[in-house]
Design a protein around this ligand. Structure first.
Ligand code: F6P
Length: 438
């Protein structure tokens, strides 16, 4: 069973009285909106019920991953936004190059590179030019099939793949993850005979990490996707109650809204493990796209501590008081390294000799919370039992549900993103797309 604990160590002093009492009515309405499907964006609630680990669909994803593993040393995942960031988050959190997991991983897992999330020529050229002696497979992911960044990257990669393997073999190395019934990518796949996996119509991009979108790349990278889904199931049961006093996920959503009403318009997600960098990017899209609309919304930002205590720490401690922090702390990292003694104590650190680095990290964490709180920056705290698939699945779900509820509390539709069209329209006009004149 996975264990995640939400707390607000001293943030309580930023609100006098019973927070639960004040918010319970709104929470109940938001909860009903989600669970009865009566809220805005009700067509996009498919993520609420996690995929069963024993479903046919999961078996199909695993088979596809096995095939890719046999074919390739490298998997190129092409996608942007929710169509790549969840997989990246999970892989960075749980694969050995970033973090030592609790069990031995499959050493033959292909390396996963992500493309199609920018328009940088040098980025693509550098990745492709490093693949000379590697066998390559591709997973192109786009729900709409029309997003220009992944669509262009796919054209370029497909061309490269055909030159390397020939059209027939290239087609056997491509898996398209897309809508079941419509879209340019589906058409492409049908014409060229690619294997396809489905992005459910009722799950939006930023809520799709626990569908084929995130599960296939994570499975290829050696993650146990059934455990990820079990973690999400743990969370879906644990956060099913509308009672704020019992529901940590809802407490987090309530605190965010309470602090926002007090002028805290920036949330800093602060992690003490660098492996959370990709996860923070996923989290930023989830909250930024869900809440930033109608002139409202908390700006989601992230920091890595203790690294950023030596850069942004000054701003957090003494800059404008318009932010709050949500701290991620992993209780058992499964790793330790001891501080060695030095003859003569040349750097004055022998008082730490024999202590673990985690012990020092922990004191940095506790000391920072205290310092920032005393600098009038409220800290919310999420303690994660350990870093394995079950906990990461739980964490994905925790934030998805908190975000949906928080959006309803804020009074916005957390499932649409009309604002992202503006740059696209201008870009298409400048690119001379047929039908878009100056
Ligand atoms: O999977 P698609 O349709 O390519 O969309 C990718 C991303 O682009 C957006 O639609 C924004 O343009 C995000 O909501 C989404 O995660």
């Amino acid at each position: 069973m996975s264990k995640i604990h939400f707390d607000f160590p001293a943030a309580g002093r930023f609100f006098a009285g019973s927070l639960a009492g004040k918010w319970q009515g709104d929470v109940q309405r938001a909860h009903d909106g989600l669970h009865r499907g009566t809220g805005q964006g009700q067509d996009f609630l498919g993520w609420l019920e996690p995929l069963s680990p024993d479903s046919e669909e999961v078996a199909q994803i695993e088979q596809t991953a096995d095939r890719i593993r046999q074919q390739a040393d490298v998997l190129l995942v092409i996608g942007i936004g929710g169509s790549y960031s969840g997989a990246r988050a999970g892989i960075e959190l749980l694969t050995p190059s970033h973090f030592k997991p609790f069990r031995k991983r499959k050493t033959n897992a292909p390396h996963v590179y992500f493309l199609g999330h920018n328009l940088s020529a040098s980025y693509i050229v550098q990745i492709l030019s490093n693949l000379d002696d590697q066998e390559v497979a591709v997973n192109v992911i786009s729900k709409s099939g029309t997003t220009i960044e992944p669509a262009l990257a796919f054209r370029i990669v497909r061309d490269w793949l055909i030159k390397r393997y020939g059209a027939k073999e290239a087609a056997m190395r491509i898996v398209a993850t897309t809508d079941q019934f419509k879209g340019a990518l589906l058409r492409f796949a049908e014409v060229e005979g690619y294997r396809t996996l489905v992005i459910p119509a009722h799950v939006g991009g930023r809520y799709s990490v626990l569908t084929a979108v995130g599960l296939l790349p994570m499975c290829v990278a050696g993650l146990d996707i059934r455990e990820l889904l079990r973690g999400a199931q743990d969370a879906s049961v644990r956060y099913a109650t509308p009672d704020v006093t019992q529901n940590h996920c809802y407490q987090y959503a309530v605190w965010r809204n309470e602090l926002y009403r007090q002028g805290r318009v920036i949330e800093l997600l602060a992690a003490y493990e660098p492996a959370f960098a990709g996860f923070a990017e996923w989290w930023k899209q989830l909250f930024g796209e869900s809440e930033g609309k109608n002139g409202k919304g908390i700006f989601p930002a992230s920091v890595q501590f203790s690294t950023d205590l030596h850069s942004l720490g000054q701003y957090v401690q003494e800059g404008p008081r318009h932010l709050f922090e949500t701290v991620l702390w992993v209780e058992d990292t499964g790793c330790e390294v001891l501080v060695p003694a030095v003859d003569g104590d040349l750097d004055g650190l022998n008082y730490l000799a024999g202590k673990g680095l985690t012990f020092v990290n922990e004191k940095a964490w506790l000391g920072t919370i205290e310092a920032h709180e005393s600098g009038a920056v409220p800290n919310l705290l999420l303690q994660i039992g350990k870093l394995d698939e079950r906990h990461v699945g739980h964490l994905f779900y925790f934030f998805e549900k908190a975000c949906a509820l928080s959006g309803y509390l804020l009074g916005v539709n957390p499932f649409d993103q009309p604002g992202v069209e503006a740059y696209k329209q201008n870009m298409f006009k400048l690119l001379g797309k047929p039908g878009r004149s100056e």
